[in-house]
Structures are given as C-alpha cells and as structure tokens.
Ligand binder design. Sequence first.
Ligand SMILES: CC(C)(COP(=O)(O)OP(=O)(O)OC[C@H]1O[C@@H](n2cnc3c(N)ncnc32)[C@H](O)[C@@H]1OP(=O)(O)O)[C@@H](O)C(=O)NCCC(=O)NCCS
Length: 200
Amino acid sequence: MTIEIRPESTNQFREVEALVREAFWNVYTPGCTEHYLLHVMRRSPNFVCELSLVVLEDKAIVGQIAFTRAWIACDDGQNRQVLTLGPLSVHPAHQRKGIGKSLIDRACAKACDMGFAAVLLCGDPLYYARAGFEPAQKHGVRTQDDQFMDALQIRALAIEMLSACAGRYFVDPIFDVDEAAAQRFDQEFEAKIKIQGTAS
Ligand SMILES: CC(C)(COP(=O)(O)OP(=O)(O)OC[C@H]1O[C@@H](n2cnc3c(N)ncnc32)[C@H](O)[C@@H]1OP(=O)(O)O)[C@@H](O)C(=O)NCCC(=O)NCCS
C-alpha cells in the first residue's frame, strides 16, 4: 500500500487538531488534551515545523506526526539537542495499516538530514520497539527529575549519540498542559462523550 505523506500546511491546522482529538479520545484519559497540546506547541520556538507531517487518504487527513526540540543535560557536562516525538495520531478507522510506522520512519529520516542526533518520547515500549526505539535507560537517559522511566525511549539518528547521551532529558514546558485551558479549547470542537475508567 502506498501512503501519501506530506508536510502539514497552515490551512490544515484545525483538521489536524480534530484528527488528533479523534485518535486520542478516551484512550489514555476520559476525553483527551493532545489536540490542545499540538495547538500550543505550534507557537513554541521549539516547534520544528519542517517535521510536522500528515498522511492523506482520499483528500482527508488520516495521520499526523509532530516534533519539538528538547535537550539532554549530559553527565559529561555537555547540553545535547534532541527531538521529542509527539503527538503521533492515526485515525481509528485507518490504524494497523502501517501508517504510524511510516510517519515515524519518514520524519526520522528528515530529522537525520536536518542534523538532529536523536528522537525521544514517552510511549508504549511494545509499539515503539517496532519503530526502532530502545529503552532510554539502556543508554543512561533519565527524566528531568533524575529518574529512570520505562516509557522513556530513544531512537538514535547519529550512532555516536548513544555512547554520549547519558544524562537528564528536558522537554519544552508546553508539555505541562494547562488542563482548564485544554477543556476550554475542546469546546470549540463537536461534543463527544468522555468515558471514565478507560483500559489504558
Ligand atoms: C499508536 C498509533 C499512532 C499507531 O498507529 P498505526 O498506524 O495503527 O500503527 P502501525 O500500523 O504502524 O502499527 C500497528 C501495530 O502496532 C500495534 N500497536 C498499536 N498501538 C500499540 C500499543 N499501544 N502497544 C502495542 N502495540 C501497538 C498494533 O497492534 C499493530 O500491530 P499488528 O498489526 O501486528 O496487530 C495509533 O494507534 C494511534 O493513533 N493511537 C492513539 C493515539 C496514540 O496512542 N498515539 C501514540 C501516543 S505515544
């Protein structure tokens, strides 16, 4: 199957946010805030617009991926710039067709060409191991508050990065989502029912 991946354009912003909402809704929490996260992320100086990609099928957007710059304060005293992956969304009706993995691979190849050394994220290791990620702990990468975390994973784009990345990983402050602002933003979209006690 050929997957049509394109850079996101400004006139697609709201359609992409609606897709993110559709993909994340009731998956990790009742409702979701990832569409708001993407909305504020685009205004951050750390947002990497060149790596914001969408997947089109019959002119509709069915997948998206976005990245922000982040840093590892390395144990050797250096600050190394890396990328944070997310959000990554595939419309529920189009999942399990390889769209998510294709988006990750295409964006990582572009990030490598742009000179980025590694991509990190917090996500399900079972999914991301299939997309080239390894536990960050294996390479000594810890959270900002100096903890190892099972969900924290890394994909090196420059192989030398793995022997030099031990340290504390800092993400853009926009990841501290303002829940009240996210709820207000959500009211701009079609009403949806929130389910309490979702599996994940
Ligand atoms: C996660 C997501 C982006 C995957 O997109 P996708 O296009 O379905 O992924 P792919 O087709 O590349 O890979 C699908 C495979 O990964 C598996 N997979 C998907 N999510 C998984 C998860 N959380 N844990 C383990 N495996 C997972 C599927 O079972 C499938 O494997 P199979 O075909 O052998 O059954 C999509 O499910 C999604 O948008 N989910 C909601 C939002 C989300 O969780 N985003 C990621 C946040 S970190």
